[in-house]
Design a protein around this ligand. Structure first.
Ligand code: BGC
Length: 247
């Protein structure tokens, strides 16, 4: 059974039909650049372009980098603020000529995919997936069940919004070495999250998970196991597609 998944990110909007049996893309994904500013109309147009690329006419799952309740956007840290209060399901559904659209937070989508097909498969207890990118996204699971919209990227760390210190964007913007970023920023962030939730497992997702060998071995003193995500950059697309089944 194939369903379509779209992942809306701060820099790119990518999508593909997903094989839900295997939790893998059924075709090579198509990506377009996120319009700047990333307004509702601009982004919805890009989602429609990605879906049209495949001539898709079935249900579509869409991730969004902010809090989503029902299909309404509640926060927009790294996209245009005019998203707040928009019913993204209706907006995008209209652009897609009335196709059914399910919307969920991007990190929640990645987490659901990893728990079913990737690094979190079969893991009980408290598991936290963190996506490190433009921001920091989080997905919290207890015995495999998601607590949605946890937004742990916005915890306060030394008086700052944590994602402005520990995301990969912070590493790039401040030109930090792997060592500095891993030991002074990410480690402190993980220690803080561990203090609050005592998870058994951290799964590190986002594009940087491809380079896990450069920074995970540098992180000491965290009790929880820390592993890279396995679905890499496709976790959001797979999780978006999965959400069309559970909505
Ligand atoms: C947003 C989250 C999102 C994360 C990753 C944060 O700034 O508040 O909702 O999951 O970025 O995109």
């Amino acid at each position: 059974m194939n369903v379509f998944g779209v992942d809306i990110g701060g820099s790119g909007i990518k999508g593909a039909p997903v094989d839900l049996e295997r939790g893998a893309l059924a075709e090579e994904r198509h990506k377009v650049l996120t319009p700047q500013p990333a307004t509702p109309d601009g982004v919805a147009g890009c989602v429609a372009e990605v879906v049209a690329h495949f001539g898709w006419t079935g249900p579509v799952g869409v991730t969004f980098p902010g809090v989503v309740t029902g299909s309404t956007i509640r926060t927009a840290a790294n996209v245009d603020k005019s998203w707040i209060g928009v019913d993204a399901g209706s907006l995008i559904g209209d652009r897609l000529g009335g196709l059914p659209v399910t919307v969920l937070n991007d990190a929640d989508a990645a987490g659901v995919a990893e728990m079913t097909f990737g690094a979190g498969r079969g893991r009980k207890g408290t598991v936290i997936l963190l996506t490190l990118g433009t921001g920091i996204g989080s997905a919290l699971f207890t015995d495999g069940r998601l607590v949605p919209n946890t937004e742990l990227g916005h915890l306060e760390l030394k008086g700052h919004d944590a994602e402005t210190r520990a995301s990969t964007r912070a590493k790039e913007d401040e030109d930090l070495t792997w060592e500095h970023w891993a030991t002074r920023r990410l480690r402190k962030y993980l220690a803080h999250v561990e203090m609050l939730f005592s998870p058994e497992l951290f799964i590190i997702g986002g594009g940087v998970s491809r380079k896990a060998d450069k920074f995970l071995p540098l992180i000491k003193g965290i009790r929880a196991e820390i592993v890279p995500a396995e679905l890499r950059n496709n976790a959001g697309i797979v999780g978006a597609a999965m959400a069309t089944r559970t909505a």
